[in-house]
Ligand binder design. Structure first.
Ligand code: PMP
Length: 390
């Protein structure tokens, strides 16, 4: 029997065989021609994936939190005002990071866990203060709430506020058009919908963000994240010249280039539609099983992960059953409800069969937890969505 389990958490995710092969290739020097070419191509491809033709990509060893750190370190000067549009745990994290670099941070928070602030509230907050930048978490992985980035970003852009989007749980999964939507900086990490093992912080800075960085008077308060170190490195590799500041993670960057190629071969519109379909299938299954979800309305539910509450009488030990049935799911993260819900990640190269295998494992896990439901109801609901949309 195969002992391979599906990794269905909101990052790291299931990776394609081609990506994993790149991870296992014999490592070359970071100034070897094959690496220079792959790095240069990956930088070019990032612009296409972020839909940011004028953006400057940064690829640096680190996790998504480093990408957040890099955004704050380079854009914030002590005393600047920053507004965090908060939909959960990762909004709190951005606020803490901005504060660390001396920003005066204000927040517009969701009225309840699983909700998002109303546009009017964001608008009122923006009109109330002289903000240099605002942050939006596209999908807060702690609540599975997807912010209306397009509308919120437009409010910031109209007022000349730099718009920073934490797209760690969205980029290359959920629709995001960095340039068209007026996003000045978008960031993600490799292990989510980008489809590469953990270890890369990915940032794309638009012209206004770079301009704000060039005009800063205070030195960047973080040595490793300082763009003055990384910008020449990114420019050099894109011009197919080697450069050095910190040793690049050679295999991860090869894997990134492979994955970005696969993403662009699929096509961004097709990829967004596939994630949307998978998201609808998983949510339909969860609903058919009688499980409530953390997002307070379907309109707010992200397509990259689903966050169901445990039904009455079921607790986190259910996750162990699901694991034994072949799918690895994640527990709760938001401190207010941590023990009451779980998370199913469904981003990247996921197929319809992966969805059905996962829902099947969830159903067998619920049965083992003695939850009363119609066996097969979740599968039928998921299948109906997947079959209807092709
Ligand atoms: N932002 C969001 C929305 C995330 O989901 C995560 C990771 N779960 C992060 C930031 C932080 O990324 P990392 O764990 O790679 O540091």
């Amino acid at each position: 029997m195969k002992d391979r389990k599906l990794l269905m958490i909101p990052g790291p995710i299931e990776f394609t065989p081609e990506v994993l092969r790149a991870m296992g290739m014999a490592t070359t020097s970071h100034v070897a021609p094959n690496f220079i070419e792959a790095f240069g191509q990956a930088l070019e491809r990032l612009r296409d994936v972020f839909l940011a033709p004028d953006g400057q990509p940064f690829v640096v060893a680190g996790s998504g939190s480093l990408a957040m750190d890099m955004a704050a370190a380079n854009l914030v000067e002590p005393g600047d005002r920053a507004l965090v549009v908060n939909t959960g745990y990762f909004g709190d994290r951005f606020a803490a990071i901005l504060h660390r670099y001396g920003a005066q941070v204000s927040q517009v928070s969701a009225p309840a866990v699983g909700d998002a602030p109303a546009l009017e509230e964001v608008e009122a907050a923006l009109d109330d203060g002289d903000y240099k930048l605002m942050t939006i978490t596209h999908v807060d992985t702690s609540t599975a709430v997807a912010a209306d980035v397009k509308s919120v970003a437009a409010l910031g852009r109209d007022r000349g506020v730099l718009v920073v989007v934490d797209g760690v749980c969205s980029v290359a999964g959920l629709e995001m058009h960095q340039d068209d939507w007026g996003i000045d900086l978008a960031l993600t990490a490799s292990q989510k919908a980008i489809g590469v093992p953990p270890g890369l912080a990915l940032v794309v800075a638009g012209p206004r963000a770079l301009d704000a960085y060039y005009r800063r008077e205070a030195p960047v308060g973080n040595y490793y994240a300082d763009w003055s170190q990384w910008l020449p490195v990114m420019e050099a590799y894109e011009a197919r010249r080697p450069s050095y500041y910190g040793t690049p993670p050679v295999n991860l960057i090869w894997a990134l280039n492979v994955s970005l190629g696969q993403i662009l071969d699929e096509g961004m519109a097709t990829r967004f539609a596939r994630h949307s379909r998978v998201g609808r299938a998983v949510r339909a299954a969860v609903e058919a099983l009688g499980l409530r979800q953390v997002p307070v309305s379907a309109r707010l539910a992200a397509s990259t992960l689903t966050a169901p509450y445990y039904p009455d009488g079921v607790d986190a030990s259910f996750l162990k059953y699901v694991n034994e049935e072949g799918a690895i799911l994640a527990g709760g993260l938001h401190p207010a409800i941590r023990a009451r819900y779980f998370r199913i990640g469904h981003m990247g190269a996921i197929t319809s069969s992966d969805v059905l295998s996962t829902i099947g494992a969830v159903e067998r896990g619920l049965a083992r937890a003695d939850y009363g439901f119609d066996l097969g109801a979740g599968l039928a609901a998921a299948q109906a969505v997947l079959a209807a949309d092709g």
